[in-house]
Design a protein around this ligand. Structure first.
Ligand SMILES: [Zn+2]
Length: 279
């Protein structure tokens, strides 16, 4: 389960805790400092609907909850790496959740290979397993996400994009050799797409340091650079797919199906052609 989905699933329990067991937890969850410390969120977890500025609206799920007589919306800006904060919080306020299941799910996210070369050395004894299947699964997800929509990212678009960013790296601001970088990574966790608005110029160093992080995660603390990329996305009408549950579900299906297909053919080949002592 993605962290965002997990938060949404358990939010009613947290609100129940605010309602019944704590006098000030609701105020705390509306406080930016508290939620930064507690969840590493860059925005308050809860905001009363009447106080939500329209420019922040896209950072909050649309669902409205009623707590302590107020209607609130909850922040959607969760990063997978911060799941541990959420787990600690649940523990602190005494909300039970399926610990082994949660840990497995978190583990699954950490093991998604990111831009690992296809030639990555597989574990001994797993001739065609492991990385190879993971890569095939991720390639399919990349392929699907890269082909959504009909627009093409042309050479001209690339020149225009570099010009927009003054021929500087969108992350460190240096003028260097620039490569195309997906601000929101193209994988089943972040659902970035290969289209105008999500492609930004990056130096090679930032490109490899950022790897499969989201640009906001990578640029944490550099609010001006985050804002510049977000402004660029807005200008190009790039509306990220993040937290689109249906797309996530479909990609998850594709991901699993590729894994199953690969396993099936691996066992056929192993049965037929790989000597017994080499398995
Ligand atoms: Zn850079």
């Amino acid at each position: 389960m993605k962290i965002g989905k997990l938060v949404q699933t358990l939010l009613p329990k947290i609100l129940e805790y605010c309602e019944q067991k704590s006098h000030n937890e609701f105020e705390c969850l509306c406080d930016a400092d508290y939620t930064k410390r507690t969840f590493n969120l860059n925005f308050p977890l809860l905001v009363p609907v009447s106080n939500l500025p329209s420019d922040l609206s896209k950072r909050y799920w649309t669902k409205v909850y009623l707590v302590r007589g107020q209607t609130v919306r909850a922040c959607s800006q969760w990063f997978e790496k911060d799941a541990v904060y959420f787990a600690k919080y649940l523990q602190r306020i005494g909300i039970d959740y399926d610990q082994p299941q949660l840990e497995n799910e978190l583990l699954e996210f950490r093991t998604i290979p990111s831009r690992r070369p296809l030639s990555a050395t597989p574990r001994a004894n797993s001739r065609y397993r492991g990385n190879a299947i993971g890569n095939a699964q991720n390639l399919l997800v990349r392929n699907i996400l890269s082909n959504l929509g009909t627009e093409q990212f042309s050479e001209e678009d690339w020149f225009a994009t570099k010009a927009y960013f003054n021929h500087q790296c969108a992350y460190c601001g240096e003028v260097k050799e620039l490569v195309i970088e997906h601000a929101i990574p193209i994988n089943k966790v972040y659902l970035g797409e290969h289209r105008l608005g999500n492609l930004v110029p990056s130096c090679k160093e930032c490109n490899s340091a950022k790897a499969s992080k989201d640009f906001r995660e990578f640029l944490e603390g550099s609010d001006d650079k985050i804002a510049a990329i977000e402004a660029y996305m807005d200008e190009k009408n790039y509306v990220p797919l993040e937290n689109n549950e249906q797309v996530s579900m479909i990609l998850e299906m594709a991901y699993r199906e590729v894994g199953t297909v690969a396993e099936r053919y691996i066992s056929i080949i192993n049965e037929l052609f790989i000597p017994e002592d080499d398995k």
